[in-house]
Structure formats: C-alpha cells, structure tokens
Design a protein around this ligand. Structure first.
Ligand SMILES: N[C@@H](CCC(=O)N[C@@H](CS)C(=O)NCC(=O)O)C(=O)O
Length: 384
C-alpha cells in the first residue's frame, strides 16, 4: 500500500490534471488535491518547476514532478500494485500509443469545444476558472479575474489550428472517433478490456475535463456516445471492476486486443498521421537552422521554456482542408515512447505488431523519425 502524503496541484477543469487524478485514483495512491491558487503553489512550486503549469505532484519526500507522463512513470516504478500496465508486449505498445494520441492529438478538439462555444457556456467556464483564483477574494472579483485567464486560453485557438475554416473538419473527425469509442465501450469497461492502462489515462485527458464536463461538448458526448460518457465516470472512481461488466477482469489473455479496439486504432492513426509528419518535418528544419544544436538545448522557437513548445508554424492537407497551426513537439516526444516500446519487440511479438499495424494503417506513424531524439530535462523538452 503506498504511503500517504502525495499532493496533486491542479484544477477541476484542467485537461492534464484529470489525467493524473484518474491515474492516482486507479492506482489507489492516497493523495490530497490542492488548487493552483494555493499560495505555496505560486510561491514555491512554480519557481521550482521553472514555469507556470499544472498538474504538479509533490511526493511525501518533497520531490516535485511535472508532466503527467513523469508522474505516472514515477509511481509505476514505485508501486507494483494494482497493475495498470499490461504484460503483453503488443498490448504495451498500444497502451503507449493511445496515451500519446489522447494526451496530444485531441487537445485542439478539446480546446475548440471549450472556447468556440464560449458564449453558450460562459457562466459554467467562469465558475470553473474562478476556482483557480485565490478564494480569499470576493466572488465577483474572482469571476472578473477568471475572465482574464479565460481570454488567455481562448487566445490559443489559432495556434492550435482551430479556425472557421478547420472547425467543420475538426468536428467531423471528433464525431468519427466518438463513434468507434462508443462501439468499444458498449462491450468493454476500459480500452484494453477489463483493466485501465495508459491508453485510458491518455484519452481521459481531453475526454474528461473539457469534452465530458463543459456543457456543450458534454451534451454531444452524452447524446451521441453515452457509453463513452459512462467510461469518463468510471475513470473517476477508485474501483476497477464495474458491475455493468461482470467477469471483465484483467487484460485479454495471450497479448490479444479487444476486436473493437482495432477500429479505434485505425481512426487514431488515420487522423493523426498528417499532423505528426508535418510536426517532424518542422522539427528537422528548425534543428538544421540551429548554429549550435548541442544536447540539452531547449526545444522552443523563442528559446523560452514552454509547456507546449513549438518550433515554427506548419500547414498540411487534412480531411479536405488545409490545416494551419503551430508545430507541436510534445506529440513527437510522447510518440517516441510508443516507438521505443515497439522497437524493443522481437520474434513473434514483433511479427504480431507488424500485422496489427498493417491492419490498422499504423506503419507510417510508428515508423516516423526525426533527425535527433527529443528528450526531457528539468521539466522542458530538450535536444537529445
Ligand atoms: N505535458 C504536460 C502538459 C500540461 C498542460 O498542458 N497543462 C495546462 C493545463 S491543463 C497548463 O498548465 N497550461 C499552461 C500553458 O500552456 O501556459 C503534462 O502532461 O502535464
């Protein structure tokens, strides 16, 4: 049993806090959640991390860990039970891939449904963002300050590729994904069957705080994909077994995947492929332009520390439109974890993964490379 004393700094409406919270609940790690408005967060944690970002986890020993991937890695290394990573090697690669996909690719859709429909859900968003403002202030003042924070996040849309031209394609892509997830969650409580894994933690990031909680996308999810909505509830309780799925326990035997997950993978590879290739090309061009690309160089066009660093703008054809956005290097870093897991496979497992990628159209994504590895040091992406 993990020792008590973990702290999670975040907010209820934060995409990545939702991912860390789900993991901590399912891992049965006792923790206290504190809001980012907490004086110690602003006074001590932010300066120690190096920039303003949530979530941050503090261990009982006082270590500060940022990035949901680093938080999960840390606790997985520390606590074996309950098992939240499949032993099957192909299942492991799929879990890593869907973690990267959910944590990165779906962010623009989540931000679109929050901010493009701001007028319809202004009161809800204002109350949510006011939670991150110091509670000592009068509530009206908190709402006013919330508005200023909201304007900042609202302003991210063009860099994320969310414009009047792209919105219909983004919405159609999201609906396609919801449909394959709905078909899956009618039959299985989690993506890899009877037990949560990184696949669920990656996807819960966009699919909870924004897409399941904000009124406009919540209505869409609940009416179009009610079993996806139910999964978001399941991901926020400690229990792993669910009486709606009697007998669903553990991951499938013999490194198999639920049949309905192949359709999810097919959609994920198809939707993410063009954007990833453009991100990789932009990274390589930026790298080639550096006078001294020393290992440890911060990956960022401005040289500043950024939560989601970009190294230039990109454009590429996508679902009948031209997508124009800032490059998103974190996607490449996260994907490389799945690629590393894939490269480690040998023999029969490697052959089964190849066959899976052929069936689901994933060869190009899993084979994508950059001319230098991207690493992560001191809470930012750096050249490897
Ligand atoms: N890769 C990070 C992403 C964290 C992140 O994007 N956090 C958002 C809130 S959900 C944030 O703090 N954004 C501040 C900013 O972008 O400046 C993780 O997995 O923890």
């Amino acid at each position: 049993m993990p020792s008590p004393g973990y702290t999670l700094w975040g907010t209820p409406h934060s995409l990545f806090t939702g991912k860390a919270r789900s993991y901590l609940l399912k891992k049965r790690v006792p923790f206290t959640e504190l809001l980012a408005s907490d004086a110690r967060f602003l006074g001590e944690v932010v300066p120690a991390v190096g920039h303003m970002v949530i979530p941050v986890m503090e261990t009982p020993e006082g270590e500060l860990i940022q990035d949901t991937t680093a938080i999960i890695d840390h606790l997985e290394a520390r606590f074996a039970d309950p098992v939240l990573h499949p032993a099957g090697p192909v299942q492991g690669v799929v879990a890593h891939f869907l973690d990267a996909f959910g944590s990165n690719y779906l962010m623009p859709a989540a931000m679109h449904y929050r901010w493009s429909y701001r007028a319809e859900q202004e009161a809800f968003l204002r109350a949510e963002f006011a939670r991150a403002v110091p509670p000592q202030l009068p509530y009206d003042q908190r709402l006013a300050m919330a508005g200023a924070i909201m304007d900042r996040f609202n302003g991210f849309l063009p860099n994320l590729g969310v414009t009047a031209e792209t919105i219909p394609a983004l919405e159609a892509a999201y609906a396609e994904l919801l449909d394959v997830l709905e078909a899956h969650f009618r039959l299985h409580p989690y993506l890899l069957g009877g037990r949560p894994s990184l696949a669920d933690f990656g996807l819960i990031a966009p699919l909870y705080a924004h897409l399941a909680r904000d009124p406009v996308p919540a209505m869409l999810m609940r009416t179009r994909a009610p079993n996806v909505a139910r999964w978001t509830e399941r991901m926020n309780v400690i229990e792993i077994s669910d009486p709606e799925f009697p007998g669903a326990e553990g991951y499938p035997a013999d490194d198999a995947l639920p049949e309905t997950l192949e359709a999810v993978l097919t959609v994920a590879f198809a939707q993410w492929q063009a954007g990833l290739a453009a991100d990789a090309a932009c990274f390589d061009a930026w790298l080639a332009s550096l006078p001294d690309p020393a290992p440890g160089t911060v990956v960022s066009l401005s040289g500043q520390r950024q939560v989601h660093p970009h190294v230039g703008r990109i454009e590429y054809p996508w679902r009948g439109i031209t997508m124009r956005r800032a490059s998103h290097i974190h996607s490449l870093w996260h994907l490389s974890r799945a690629q590393d897991a894939a490269r480690a496979l040998t023999g029969d497992a490697a052959q089964r993964l190849t066959a899976l990628l052929e069936r689901t159209g994933g060869e190009q994504v899993m084979g994508l490379t950059t001319s230098r590895r991207i690493g992560r040091e001191n809470n930012v992406l750096v050249l490897g």
